[in-house]
Design a protein around this ligand. Structure first.
Ligand SMILES: Cc1cc2nc3c(=O)[nH]c(=O)nc-3n(C[C@H](O)[C@H](O)[C@H](O)COP(=O)(O)OP(=O)(O)OC[C@H]3O[C@@H](n4cnc5c(N)ncnc54)[C@H](O)[C@@H]3O)c2cc1C
Length: 470
């Protein structure tokens, strides 16, 4: 009896990788791509896996960079995107950058040549037909409106966003807790809280005025014409609030009320920046209400003006973009299937990851999961200590959902070391016997995390192969 095909909707980074993984597992796949029949506002060609903006897959350093580690894992898992990226790389120092046309043409050619892949050019303009029993939706940040409407009919209006509103995220261990302190406003515990859930950074009047001056003077990123201006109440960028009046932020996200500085209880702060826990591991904290369109280069230096954040390391900088994505921690099961309709699985940026490589990585995983299901095999998820496992955990459950006013707390995320579980036993001394400090200590930790990830991935691959052979 022939195996019935899995349908993949969207031939971008995630869909192309998913289709490849399914076909390589011996399962037929139909890849539906709407271009060139219908375009998007950002794509320019009809090639699969088109890179819509930069041509970089970012750092290729798999010993001390999280995205480099993800590259390594994907190469170990026969990734089409990585193979064609490697084959079409252009010089870019420690980064992997690619010739975008050569790369996209090579991905397209490999899929066209695969005997188990059929490419169907046309829009899926609504929910996939009921007779398709296994579908991966990988239609990306610019999912066509008709399909988005269909998805919304299953998820509810508020669970599919059309813009992100990203506040910067800081690595906890880079916050100066001799200046900042834990406390919730009025010590209110709130749902699931302790009364000391936020990290508070105090500013005096001069520091606040200097911060506002810097915000007003900073360069902002413009929206593209087709994006429109998606501002709505509760989602104003901080620099727009500052433009509305110098005191606006002090009455908004920086209001100093209900808080007592533990380090200096008799002096009332003039303004306070609050950060709240972002992931279950407690390694990442987001700057509450600080969504922004400031240029990346400006953000780090301006936010380091805030007392307590002078040495802040950012896991993610802020941004606001046109971006269709699900409230995945609520809607998806751990294997990225829609809880309310498990025949539909999601992959790529629509799940709430961010970036070419991360989108392809989630495509890789969903392709393998769907193919294993079709073959009646069980596929365990990769361990949380791998980059792949850390990323998928963030999407489906690692993020802490808050119910404050303002934009939804689950926002797109690149892979970063803050998503990896804590590691014990990192070398504290260098080969010269001297105690490691500052950057050297941080590099030692990153190297320990990537070494652990590599061995966990190898263990997972051998376990998977052994089970398949049974
Ligand atoms: C303007 C812009 C710039 C970006 N720049 C970068 C960058 O520089 N670096 C980076 O790492 N990331 C960038 N991203 C973020 C993101 O990682 C990429 O968009 C990435 O391509 C996402 O991969 P994907 O497979 O999820 O979606 P895509 O690569 O966009 O693929 C989705 C595919 O689905 C197709 N499709 C949509 N709807 C339907 C439908 N109903 N039926 C059939 N096909 C459909 C689309 O035509 C598209 O080919 C950018 C995003 C945008 C919007």
């Amino acid at each position: 009896m022939s195996t019935s095909p899995i349908h993949v909707v969207g031939g971008g980074l995630a869909g192309s990788e998913a289709a490849w993984q399914i076909a390589q597992a011996g399962v037929p796949v139909i890849l539906h791509e709407m271009r060139p029949v219908r375009g998007t506002d950002a794509h320019k060609t009809e090639g699969l896996a088109e890179l819509v903006c930069s041509n970089s897959f970012r750092s290729d350093d798999s010993t001390s960079n999280a995205v480099g580690q993800l590259h390594w894992e994907m190469r170990r898992l026969d990734s089409l995107i990585m193979a064609k990226g490697d084959a079409h790389q252009v010089p870019a120092g420690g980064a992997l950058a690619v010739d975008r046309d050569g790369f996209s043409q090579a991905v397209t050619a490999a899929l066209e040549a695969h005997p188990l892949v059929t490419i169907a050019r046309g829009e899926i303009a609504g929910l996939p037909p009921a007779e398709w029993d296994k579908v991966i939706i990988a239609t990306g940040p610019l999912t066509s409106p008709a399909l988005a409407e269909g998805i919304k009919s299953l998820t509810g209006e508020s669970e599919l966003a059309f813009f992100d509103a990203i506040a910067p995220i800081v690595h906890f261990d880079s916050i100066d807790m001799d200046t900042a302190w834990f406390q919730s406003r009025y010590d209110k515990p709130g749902p699931g809280g302790t009364g000391a859930d936020y990290i508070n950074c105090p500013l005096d009047r001069d520091q606040y005025e200097a911060f506002i001056d810097a915000l007003l003077a900073a360069e902002k990123t413009e929206f593209k014409e087709w994006e429109g201006t998606p501002y709505f109440d509760g989602c104003l960028p901080i620099e727009v609030m500052a433009e509305r009046g110098r005191e606006t932020l002090r009455w908004g996200p920086m209001k100093p009320v209900g808080l007592t500085n533990k380090h200096n209880p008799t002096v009332k702060a003039y303004a306070v920046v609050q950060l709240r826990q972002d992931n279950a591991l407690g390694t990442l904290f987001n700057m509450s209400g600080f969504q922004t369109k400031l240029k990346y280069g400006e953000q780090a230096s301006i936010f380091r003006m805030i007392p307590g954040l002078q040495n802040a390391e950012f896991a993610r900088l802020g941004g606001i973009h046109r971006n269709t994505y699900l409230n995945s921690p609520k809607l998806l099961d751990p294997t990225l299937r829609l809880k309310s309709d498990p025949r539909l699985r999601f992959a790529g940026q629509i799940t709430g990851c961010e970036g070419y490589v991360e989108s392809a990585a989630i495509g890789l995983l969903t392709g393998r999961l769907a193919a294993a299901e079709r073959l009646g095999r069980e596929l365990e998820l990769p361990p949380a200590t791998t980059a792949l496992g850390a990323l998928v955990n963030h999407i489906t459950g690692g993020h802490i959902v808050t119910i404050d006013e303002g934009p939804r707390s689950f926002q797109p995320m690149n892979i970063n070391f803050g998503l990896f579980p804590h590691i014990e036993g990192v070398a504290s001394h260098g080969p010269d016997g001297k105690r490691l400090k500052g950057p050297a200590k941080s590099v030692a930790r990153k190297q320990a995390l990537t070494a652990r990830a590599k061995s966990a991935l190898d263990g997972w691959i051998s376990g998977t192969q052994a089970r398949a052979a049974e």
